[in-house]
Unconditional design. Structure first.
Length: 121
């Protein structure tokens, strides 16, 4: 399958999973979670859905447990909404790149503060 089609399917899955999380799933374990990316296999039978979760480690763990519990529902909704021949098996993965970026920004800001306005320490 060509990469353009894979990208389109991945983007469609991302949009639908985001909508499902916001409007369909009522599991209290799923806190503030957002879909940051989707990777689909070349045969469209598997999809890794990368999720960013705001909160501590326990919140992240609980959110992933809630998402794993809702996996069958999400898969069936994707099949219905996107109309793929085979709905992909979904695996939710935690993506902490936003938090990692925030930590790096804080370190850079602290470093600039220590060096002073002229850049000299």
């Amino acid at each position: 399958m060509n990469s353009t089609r894979l990208s389109r399917v991945a983007e469609a899955i991302k949009q639908e999973v985001s909508d499902i999380l916001q409007n369909e799933i009522k599991d209290p374990r799923i806190g503030f979670a957002s879909v940051v990316g989707v990777e689909v296999s070349r045969d469209l039978r598997h999809a890794k859905v990368y999720i960013s979760v705001l909160g501590d480690e326990n919140t992240k763990r609980e959110t992933l447990a809630g998402l794993d519990n809702a996996r069958g529902f999400v898969r069936s909704e994707i099949a219905r909404r996107i109309r793929l021949r085979h709905a992909p098996e979904i695996v939710f993965k935690l993506d902490d790149s936003i938090e990692h970026g925030a930590k790096i920004n804080k370190l850079l800001k602290d470093l600039r503060y220590r060096e002073g306005p002229s850049g000299e320490g």
